[in-house]
Design a binder for this molecule. Sequence first.
Ligand code: NAG
Ligand code: NAG
Ligand code: NAG
Ligand code: NAG
Ligand code: NAG
Length: 349
Amino acid sequence: MGSGLPIFLLITCLQVLVIEAVTDSSDLSALNAVKSNWKNTPPSWIGSDPCGGGWEGIGCTGSRITYIILTGMGLSGTLTGDIGDFPELQTLDLSQNKGLTGILPSTIVNLKKLENLFLVDCSFNGPIPDGIGSLTRLVSLSVASNNFNGPIPPSIGKMSNLSLLDLTDNKLSGTIPVSDGTSPGLDLLLNARHFHLGKNLLTGGIPPNLFSSNMKLLHVLFDSNQLNGSLPSTLELVQTLEVIRLDRNSLTGPILFNFTNLPNLSELYLSNNKFSGSIPDLSGKNLLTYVDMSNNSFDASLIPPWFSSLQSMTSLYLSLSLSLSLSPNTHKAQRQYNNIHTLFFCSLG
Ligand SMILES: *[C@@H]1O[C@H](CO)[C@@H](O)[C@H](O)[C@H]1NC(C)=O
Ligand SMILES: *[C@@H]1O[C@H](CO)[C@@H](O)[C@H](O)[C@H]1NC(C)=O
Ligand SMILES: *[C@@H]1O[C@H](CO)[C@@H](O)[C@H](O)[C@H]1NC(C)=O
Ligand SMILES: *[C@@H]1O[C@H](CO)[C@@H](O)[C@H](O)[C@H]1NC(C)=O
Ligand SMILES: *[C@@H]1O[C@H](CO)[C@@H](O)[C@H](O)[C@H]1NC(C)=O
């Protein structure tokens, strides 16, 4: 009886330790506020301890919420300013929740430790907050397939570690921002691998100073916009390039561009523009697998001499004012271009 009390106390203390919530109380109240604007939150979101209680999609380091990954959960609702109240958050991924609508609150810029922001294939609208560039730790910024409108914030240029910039398939307008001494721009993103700006409403030219030899870009995807002017020859300074998509714009002029300097180029989409002059020389581009230059105004000429030297080509689409049509099934075509599986010469003339 005399020794029973300390043991009882010890057990009680252990129980208190186990029951005590792990989650930092300010993170908990931020998450509860965010949750209150959503429907279809995961069934495991019960109780008041996301970190200790195994809330699906919530990751913690110690007591702090560091990950919110709720991909394809069928969430619906809006984001309120509370989304900015997770000072330790590193990854926010709400992708593939079509029911998430409304604006992206400007408090998102308070997530100073954020490294990954994925809001792909939701229904967000309004502008991308101007100040988003203060998320200087971001490595991935992907907001593809929403209804974002307004300009591409120049401040994105301040995200010096950004690798993936994916703004595809929105309603972004205005020009591609480049730095001008006072304002930042995308030319400052020297660690970027991916510029995905396709399927928007971007206008103006492709700025020559967007590209430099210090860049490490693999993909430049600007297709399906309203870009005009000529293709800046500075693009050839980015020797790491593998995929260039400029199709479905209003680009003009001859392509004064030396593709020889892009050793790893594998896909080149130039179709549905107003390019003129001679067909670009692609001789020796042995890694090229896909080329589409159709629906432009290139000079009519015979089969370019570089043509039969391409070794990896699986698809080549040229559309010239030629009365020439080759079937890929003819013996001659098979023999001569036996690595070219699809070969189209369409006559527009
Ligand atoms: C960029 O990444 C490097 C290496 O991971 C890191 O040391 C640096 O602090 C990062 N820069 C910023 C602004 O977060
Ligand atoms: C490009 O389009 C803009 C309007 O979006 C126009 O002001 C500009 O003159 C055009 N530039 C060229 C080179 O056609
Ligand atoms: C081309 O690709 C190879 C293999 O991935 C790589 O080692 C090389 O650095 C690349 N060249 C350039 C200029 O990026
Ligand atoms: C492209 O560059 C290569 C080597 O850098 C050179 O041999 C070739 O003549 C150039 N072609 C054109 C069209 O400037
Ligand atoms: C050719 O490209 C232009 C844009 O330059 C586009 O408006 C037009 O619809 C395209 N034509 C075809 C047949 O695809």
